[in-house]
Write a protein that binds this ligand. Structure first.
Ligand code: PLP
Length: 375
């Protein structure tokens, strides 16, 4: 039976009609005007470009720029896709063979594993432990990995918790994969969005020979509407994914590839990441203050990266009902924890413009006060 992508369905059904959208997973995006200015886009040259089919696997200069972000990679190791979403989808369709299983961690963004389920593959779940700051249950990882495990999927830094794997957990992951020859598929869209450091979380690329690293313009660069992502991997896997990309989409758009090429130039790239980090750091402080104004109700493992966090609440209401009431009564959209398979939590995105965040949080606070009063 087809399994919809629950979190994306929830967002696409609600995000364009709600006033306070705190379910987004990225920072407040740039306008085209801001991007053109920040990245010094040469408008006459852009306008002179033919609106033609672009190079299907990605413009050469763009792939070279992306490759330069990964030690030892060349343009041959890069496929440009329609967001990290298409990359996750192509990887599932390309790597999994009959009889294989894959491992995903919980809670996480279940894009690759959802594809695997819909293709008929067994998906095994390894929990991340909230009581240990969302560390990986490495015993469970070892127990669940076997000779048929083809993919271990990791989102690092993680969505929804914003946690970065410890070096011990990274090593456990690499050794579990290496022990059975499994692929590590690392979704690294939140690298560059760290709260406590200006150095991006290192990629898994280069740590082991069977790694596919996935990333996009959507999070650290604040440009989700470009729908521009990529995967980096061994050339033969990239080529196999490219064959499927021709069926799925032919290519990403020429406009997005051109703009991504500007945005990933060294100076623009650094400015975009710095912008994201500023929004993220300020936004989380504002959100944490709102949570703290209800003593004993919320606890949150502070995110180390990403635009969001995943608080636990102690209230007589389910996470689905809390999210439903926030939406209906206060015009506030959050993601209930059940969309990640976890009750009594919600995901809240706070890397937004301060006034908007404050106004939405006052609505949030009033619903929490009502629920606490038994209304
Ligand atoms: C971990 C993760 N991977 C991939 C995506 C999809 O990103 P894109 O906009 O690049 O398709 C998201 C979006 O929320 C995400 O959180």
């Amino acid at each position: 039976m087809f399994q919809p992508f629950a979190i994306e369905q929830y967002m696409s059904e609600n995000e364009h009609s709600v006033k306070y959208h705190f379910a987004e997973s990225g920072v407040h995006p740039l306008t085209f005007a801001e991007l053109f200015e920040l990245a010094k886009v040469d408008t006459p040259s852009l306008f002179a470009t033919l609106v033609d089919y672009p190079q299907v696997n990605g413009l050469q200069s763009l792939r070279e720029k992306i490759a330069s972000l990964y030690t030892g990679a060349t343009a041959e190791n890069v496929l440009v896709t329609i967001g990290a979403s298409e990359a996750n989808t192509l990887v599932a369709a390309t790597l999994l063979q009959p009889g294989d299983n894959m491992i995903r961690f919980r809670p996480t963004y279940e894009q690759l594993s959802g594809n695997a389920v819909n293709l008929g593959f067994e998906v095994r779940t390894v929990d991340m432990m909230e009581s240990e700051a969302w560390a990986l249950d490495t015993d469970s990882l070892r127990q669940q990995t076997d000779k048929d495990t083809r993919i271990i999927h990791v989102v690092n830094p993680n969505n929804p918790t914003g946690r970065i794997l410890t070096s011990k957990d990274r090593q456990a992951l690499v050794s579990a994969a290496a022990g059975v020859g499994a692929w590590i598929v690392a979704d690294e869209v939140y690298a560059g969005t760290e709260l406590n450091s200006d150095t991006p979380t290192p990629s898994f690329w280069g740590e082991y020979e069977r790694v596919i690293a996935i990333n996009s313009m959507s999070k650290a660069y604040g440009l989700p509407g470009l729908r521009l992502g990529w995967m980096v991997g061994p050339a033969e896997v990239i080529e196999a994914c490219w064959r499927r990309h021709e069926y799925a989409a032919i290519a990403a758009t020429i406009f997005s590839m051109k703009l991504a090429d500007y945005a990933l130039g060294e100076s623009a790239r650094e400015k975009l990441r710095a912008r994201a980090r500023t929004l993220i750091r300020r936004g989380f402080d504002t959100f944490a203050a709102a949570l703290n104004s209800h003593p004993g109700v919320f606890s949150v493992v502070a995110p180390q990266a990403s635009a969001m966090s995943f608080p636990r609440f102690d209230l007589p209401i389910s996470s689905d009902d809390l999210a439903r009431r926030l939406l209906k009564e206060e015009d506030v959209l959050v993601i209930p924890g059940t969309k990640f398979g976890v009750e009594s939590h919600f995901r809240f995105s706070s890397a937004l413009l301060e006034d908007h965040l404050q106004a939405g949080l006052s609505r949030f606070n009033s619903l929490i006060t009502k629920v606490m009063a038994g209304d």
